[in-house]
Design a protein around this ligand. Sequence first.
Ligand SMILES: *[C@@H]1O[C@H](CO)[C@@H](O)[C@H](O)[C@H]1NC(C)=O
Length: 282
Amino acid sequence: MPKSVPKFSRPQTSTCLGSHLNIKSGGIIGLLLGLLLPQRYVELEVWPRSEEYTWDQPLIQVRGSDPGSWHNWYRRLNDFLRVYETSIPEEPPRAPCSVHNRRDQHLRSDQCDMAMRLWAPCTADEFYGYARGKPCIFLRLSHIHYWVPEPYNMTSSLPIPPDMPPHIREAMRLRPAHQYGDFIWVTCDGEFSADKENIGPIQYIPAEYPPGFPLSRLHTADRIPYSARNMPDQVPGPLVAVYFENPRRGVVINVECRIWTRDIFYDPKSRYGRARFELFVE
Ligand SMILES: *[C@@H]1O[C@H](CO)[C@@H](O)[C@H](O)[C@H]1NC(C)=O
């Protein structure tokens, strides 16, 4: 069992073997593997998704003043969050409680109120920010059942990459891994320089917690039984919401989000641990 699968690439053994035949059969095996094992890479999921969602062109279009333009996103986020409904208290709650829980007085609880406070403004109560043209996007990791991540932390003496955003370094300093556990850090930014100007300030929600996925809640290969490693993820993973406080209106903003771990190398062409979407706030 490989520790992690190299990013999105065909097996490259054939090139080392040299002979023409081997290159050919290696290519065919690689192609077959590619067909048989779609998505053998850690996926950073972006929610909400439209009916026509594709990885390359996910457009989230909002006109704050017009409920017709955002109600669909609101509904999709409500549906998405329903899998997180639980009656077992979680500390911290892994998702804002759903609109279903919110409306039903019997289900309404202190725990739910607490979750709503923690996840504000990315909650159903606030229409996930869409009604004000300040949308929240939820991120989640999937296809992690074969992956043993190597997190970045200040606990080990290994170097930290110079391009790591300062707020992640800050989070690592404030919550040392030996005390608070490790995180798969996540950041979002404009994809191109114009987008970086248009994107405006971003908050990672819950704002009280570090911007990332706690390793303790991720069902990675080292935390699940061996037999579960070939099965789809069994438990919906933890979430991080990205709140766009003031995106420039009237332009399409290309947003790129990525995770930070030692074993995943950033490549703007790769999907491995990286997501992109287009935001258009009218
Ligand atoms: C810190 O990072 C290193 C290197 O990725 C990892 O081996 C270790 O488990 C992490 N956590 C702690 C608490 O040291």
